[in-house]
Design a protein around this ligand. Sequence first.
Ligand code: 5GP
Ligand code: MN
Length: 334
Amino acid sequence: MTLSAQTNTTIADIARMVRKHDSFVLCGHVSPDGDCIGSQLALMHALEALGKDVTCLLVRDEPLPGDISFLPGADRMVPACRYEGSAQVFMGLDVPTRERIGDDACAILDCCKMSVTIDHHAVETTMCDLVYVDPDSASASMLVWELVKELCDVPPAHSVLCAYTGLLTDTGGFRYQNSDANAFRAAAELVEAGADASYAAMMAFGSRTLASLKLEALVLDRLQVFAEGNAALSYLTECDLEGLGAEKSDTEPMVDAVRKLEGARVACMLREQAGTVRGSLRAKDDTDVASLARKLGGGGHRAAAGFTLHCAIDKAVDLLREEISALLSENAVR
Ligand code: 5GP
Ligand code: MN
């Protein structure tokens, strides 16, 4: 564990602060994933077991990705623009900065008397009073699990399943580089505490809509391989989604399909969205794709990062081919 320079508290101190307060809002990031939703819901169930008043916020008023909507409590999440409460404490989970929680959640944060970040993204800025950031942690939900154990003698079953699912999804089913011994130790603890590993895996990875599978066929058909086979890229347009009646959430698994190409060290998936292009980058070796994402105005982790471009999809494809080729030639031989 290497806590980031901004860390100014401990899990035990966060637990002490939590016990002293009654009402909480828990917030994750825009384009929520299994770790951010799993972290929020794991903590919500633990706080509710202690009799606290808790609301989990969605940054945008959009449906949850289908693969995580099975999590208990997911149906009770409230879009930040519709929140009418006045919680004492704001907790940002799996999200480090104001730009990743959007204006509505920022306004809620500004009204709370106390704020806490629990996260695993390495960034230089902070948005909360108490900050606990461990960039070596495979998931934010692993850190939330530490807090849940501190708060509850017997962690609620729903907390356990949600924390496990966050870890499962942020490690890509324990296949990514962040699947280290601590991740497996936390997974073992969570399974011992009652997490149903095969159920979580089936719901998170083994249950895709027909539209999502058909989109994947398109993505693979369009796969571009470049940088001497070291990189793979594909894309989806808004027309593709409309044609198949697909939702944005149906596109989540696509970057993993691209990443599977043998020999590809870097994978990129681009998706047209309301006049912008959302990009996802993944690295299979120690190439730092977060540095490229930051250069393009986004961010993320070394091996998994994202960004938004304000240009046409064909321009985005050209730009990413160029930038990824340059990135790979900087770190030529491994
Ligand atoms: P994904 O490709 O799954 O959307 O994101 C991969 C990782 O990069 C996640 O950890 C996510 O939090 C981070 N990420 C994605 N897009 C952005 C962005 O626009 N800005 C920042 N700072 N991080 C991002
Ligand atoms: Mn995460």
